[in-house]
Design a protein around this ligand. Structure first.
Ligand code: NAP
Length: 312
């Protein structure tokens, strides 16, 4: 590792839509801004087949196109976006030191926007058959199962949206939900329930995913009477919610779900350290709310940086 210690006003960790929006606002507002992500910019939004509920983006675009536009827009204002794994964040005087696998950087203000990652079911067969029919991304893996028998697990917006998308690839989609009512927003749930290509099994949980070398069947347990049924299938797409990625900021207070607590200005308890997007404790997680968080964080960080500079 080289120890460059290049200094930035604002360093954003995570280039999902919250991070990219914050980068655009900060760079446009005159902050020297660096964005670091372990993978390509866009995060979860990259997997949205059609982003149809972002105000003003009409007709709808793909998540990939939306993220590319956000990246181009942030870079056009001077934000620097690099791909690297951040290993630590440490307070050094009034600044923060960010150590990545390759380099280190100094930032006056930091935004943690590392989002959330897919929650696993933790059932037998899930790990063994991941990439062999078990998937957490319909856009990525759906096309491999064109005209095949697909099961979707979960009752939230993701499960319903992705089941709708998968029904464009095959007529044989079954969504399994552990309760008798979907968690998804009403418009999303209603559209799913009206789709003739999607069968819904309520009150059932996955007991096991079976197969030799590839998914061949799924075992379900009825939560009302405990009966177990086995269903032949070729793929199981799991959308059981998300876990926030908070390993870099274990020192910050979290809510009962493990999400980072901030105030309305995206400030955490540590001065100069902000949080935005799906990693943050809030009630409504959408692309539009992540983008809003990012813009607010940039505004707060700008004030913080300018105040510190004025005191020096
Ligand atoms: P979510 O809303 O947390 O839903 C997760 C679903 O998985 C729930 O139905 C949950 O069941 C079920 N589940 C959890 N653990 C399970 C287990 N072990 N076995 C079986 N089922 C299990 O997660 P999400 O759908 O990924 O959405 C995350 C956030 O992104 C939400 O805020 C959502 O609104 C947002 N989002 C929005 C859109 C959109 O606007 N179109 C699209 C995607 C995501 P219970 O209901 O019983 O808890």
């Amino acid at each position: 590792m080289s120890d460059t210690n290049e200094k930035f006003d604002y360093i954003i960790i995570g280039a999902g839509v919250a991070g990219l929006a914050s980068a655009q606002y900060a760079a446009r507002g005159g902050l020297k801004t660096l964005v670091i992500d372990i993978s390509m910019p866009g995060g979860q939004a990259l997997t949205i087949p059609t982003l149809e509920n972002y105000p003003g983006v009409y007709p709808a675009v793909s998540g990939t196109q939306f993220c590319q536009n956000m990246r181009d827009q942030a870079e056009s204002f001077g934000a620097v976006i690099i791909q690297s794994e951040v290993q630590s964040i440490d307070k050094v005087g009034s600044d923060f030191k960010i150590v990545t696998r390759k380099d280190s950087y100094i930032g006056t203000a930091i935004l943690i926007a590392t989002g959330a990652e897919h929650r696993k079911l933790g059932v037998p067969g899930e790990d063994k058959l991941e990439g062999r029919g078990v998937s957490y991304c319909a856009t990525c893996d759906g096309p491999f199962f064109r005209n095949r028998k697909i099961f979707v697990i979960g009752g939230g917006d993701s499960a319903c949206d992705e089941a709708m998308y998968l029904s464009t690839l095959t007529d044989d989609v079954t969504l399994v939900h552990r309760r008798d009512v979907l968690r998804a927003q009403k418009a999303v749930a209603d559209r799913l329930l009206a789709n003739p290509k999607v069968k819904v099994i309520f009150n059932a949980k996955v007991k096991e995913i079976k197969g030799e070398g590839r998914v061949q069947s799924i075992e379900l347990e009825d939560t009302t009477d405990g009966s177990v049924t086995e269903h032949q299938c070729d793929a199981v797409f799991i959308f059981a919610g998300m876990n926030p990625v908070t390993q870099l900021v274990e020192m910050l207070p979290k809510d009962e779900g493990g999400y980072i607590k901030t105030d309305d200005d995206m400030k955490t308890l540590m001065p100069g350290l902000y949080a935005a997007g799906d990693i943050r404790s809030k009630s409504f997680r959408q692309v539009v709310t992540a983008v809003s968080d990012g813009a607010i964080a940039a505004h707060s960080a700008g004030e913080y940086v300018r105040n510190l500079k004025a005191k020096k």
